[in-house]
Design a protein around this ligand. Structure first.
Ligand SMILES: NC(=O)C1=CN([C@@H]2O[C@H](COP(=O)(O)OP(=O)(O)OC[C@H]3O[C@@H](n4cnc5c(N)ncnc54)[C@H](OP(=O)(O)O)[C@@H]3O)[C@@H](O)[C@H]2O)C=CC1
Ligand SMILES: CC(=O)[C@@H](O)[C@H](O)COP(=O)(O)O
Ligand SMILES: [Mn+2]
Length: 387
């Protein structure tokens, strides 16, 4: 029996993970801890359904409600950011790190520190603190498995560790809801339009990232952290069908790609069963019905976020931390209708311009930079919104 902890269990990735647990033969998995941000009702229902040992909510004021919701269940209850980290330190064979944003960094590090297997969906922690995350995994002897569909695809297609034999890796992008939209339409885009992803069903923050294509920018940095390939050999191709999730091109001319129905249960199952595979009952990708696979270069004018991420990756040092923090702040303001859609990338660019690429070393310094960049992005956004 595999003991699982799910950080971010009430979100899109968390629910897909629990759906796999539900579909598995009885006794295959046991749930150690479930962690949510503030959705006590969903968390308590999950904890009861999957007989978790511990349920944790990050919002401290939600403690009473969670305790009440789980009264008589025998399930331990805790609240607050420290309890989230504590949950990640409990013994588990496999941890899903699926908290959204750099808020997931400390708990991801705590899960890695135990030296077990961590399935990483929380790409922001790799962007914000890539070196720290990878160093902690190496120090603790932990296994870090990429959940993000493109990175999981590349992980599956990568059959050499020799960087000289890898010509390039390709991340595919759906192009998001504004793939063919005019700039004027994008300027007036509402949160409802931006989160309406054409292919994937995901949380609000990553859906907006897909709409700006910052998601692919974060994924570019994520790929540079995870795979032995320099930035210049990581390519992004818009592929509206989202059937091919990632590709690796080798020195002998071969290209290996991973394809599948766009459903996160497939990459999650790959991480859950790794190094084996497990059966998953999902509609299969039917290429004859799909009929065609298209690939386009991304448009740098309508989607400047991708360029900003590449520049931040090239600049190195604290630049990716600033990019990520400013983006998180700007996306939250956009979702709150306090910033325009096109202003998201503009705020990120201006924040990066102010900070440059400062040297930063150690977790606390990275988190301080994250805080400072968020605050500055908020000021820039307020100025833009008032103009
Ligand atoms: N969804 C997808 O298909 C994919 C997602 N990812 C990545 O996976 C991560 C999760 O995405 P997704 O599931 O879509 O996001 P959701 O918004 O659907 O879920 C986020 C989860 O994190 C919890 N959470 C939010 N803030 C905190 C906090 N401060 N402390 C603890 N828990 C918190 C939420 O709890 P609550 O419900 O209470 O708010 C929820 O459980 C992101 O990093 C995303 O980029 C990567 C590839 C694909
Ligand atoms: C499912 C997944 O991995 C997402 O990150 C997805 O890639 C988002 O779609 P975009 O390709 O539109 O960013
Ligand atoms: Mn992805």
């Amino acid at each position: 029996m595999k003991r699982l902890t799910i950080l971010g269990s009430t979100g899109s990735i968390g629910r897909s993970t629990l759906a796999l647990v539900e579909a598995a033969p009885p006794g295959a998995y046991a749930v150690e801890a479930l962690v949510a941000g503030r959705d006590v009702t969903a968390l308590a229902a999950q904890a009861r359904q999957y007989d978790a040992r511990l349920a944790v909510v990050a919002e401290p004021s939600a403690y009473g409600a969670l305790k009440e919701a789980l009264a008589g269940s025998g399930i331990s209850v805790a609240a607050g950011p420290a309890a989230v980290v504590e949950a990640a330190t409990r013994p588990a064979d496999w941890t899903m790190a699926a908290i959204v944003g750099s808020a997931g960094l400390r708990s991801t590090l705590a899960a890695l520190a135990r030296g077990g297997t961590v399935a990483l969906a929380n790409k922001e922690s790799l962007v914000c603190a890539g070196e720290i995350v990878l160093a902690e995994a190496a120090r603790a002897g932990a296994t870090l498995l990429p959940v993000d569909s493109e990175h999981n695809a590349i992980f599956q297609a990568l059959d050499t560790k020799d960087p000289a034999l890898i010509e390039k890796i390709v991340l595919t992008a759906s192009g998001g809801p504004f793939r063919t939209a005019e700039l004027a339409t994008m300027r007036a885009a509402t949160p409802e339009q931006a989160v309406r992803h054409p292919v994937w069903s995901m949380g609000a923050k990553i859906s907006v990232d897909s709409a700006t294509m910052m998601n692919k920018g974060l994924e570019l940095i994520e790929a540079a952290r995870l795979f032995p390939v320099p930035e210049a050999r990581i390519e992004v191709l818009v592929h509206p069908q989202s059937a091919v999730h990632g590709m690796v091109q080798y020195a002998d001319g071969s290209i290996l790609a991973q394809l599948g129905t766009p459903d996160m249960r497939t990459p999650i199952a790959h991480c859950l069963a790794w190094p084996e595979r497990m059966p998953v009952t999902l509609p299969r990708l039917d290429l004859a019905t799909l009929g065609r696979l298209e690939f386009f270069a991304p448009d740098p004018v309508r989607f400047p976020a991708l360029r900003l991420a590449r520049e931040a990756l090239q600049a190195g040092a604290g630049a990716p931390t600033i990019l990520n923090a400013a983006n998180e702040a700007a996306v939250a303001l956009f979702l709150d209708r306090r910033l325009g859609f096109l202003d998201i990338a503009a705020v990120v660019e201006e924040t990066l311009g102010l900070f440059g690429a400062p040297d930063v070393s150690g977790l606390e310094a990275v988190l301080a930079l994250d805080d400072a960049a968020r605050a500055e992005a908020g000021r820039i956004a307020a100025r833009r919104a008032a103009a």
